[in-house]
Design a protein. Structure first.
Length: 134
């Protein structure tokens, strides 16, 4: 695929992560637009490369990709990005339990303090969405 095809495929893939019932929730498209306004060309990297080339690869579904990404963000301490990614993980069908267990699985590897911070963010997202862990 050429750059334009990757960009179009990336835009379509990004839409798969939106919550169709609640446009007020953070979305990849909204973040991409904000970043592009700040640094023109970022949308080409986000839509064309990340979503057009990486997220469209075969072998993992959207839910698996999001759970892996949550693990990576938690490990890196990238807490500012977690609200967006937790929401999008739920949007693609992961259960609150799966999100919670993904973070709990990380305790022996990244430590309690980092996971406790992540769980605090998770709790806020669940509260905003009216979710509980069953």
């Amino acid at each position: 695929m050429n750059q334009q095809d990757n960009y179009i495929a990336g835009e379509a893939k990004m839409l798969e992560f939106n919550d169709p019932q609640d446009a007020s929730l953070p979305s990849f498209a909204h973040i991409s637009d904000q970043l592009n306004a700040l640094a023109p060309g970022m949308d080409q990297l986000i839509k064309g490369f990340v979503f057009g080339q990486i997220y469209t690869r075969e072998g993992l579904d959207n839910q698996q990709r999001m759970l892996i990404t949550l693990s990576s963000l938690a490990t890196l301490g990238a807490e500012k990005q977690l609200t967006l990614y937790i929401n999008n993980t739920l949007n693609v069908g992961a259960s609150p339990r799966q999100v919670l267990e993904t973070f709990i699985q990380l305790i022996p590897y990244i430590g309690f303090p980092r996971v406790l911070n992540v769980l605090s963010i998770t709790q806020e997202v669940f509260k905003q969405r009216g979710l509980s862990v069953e």
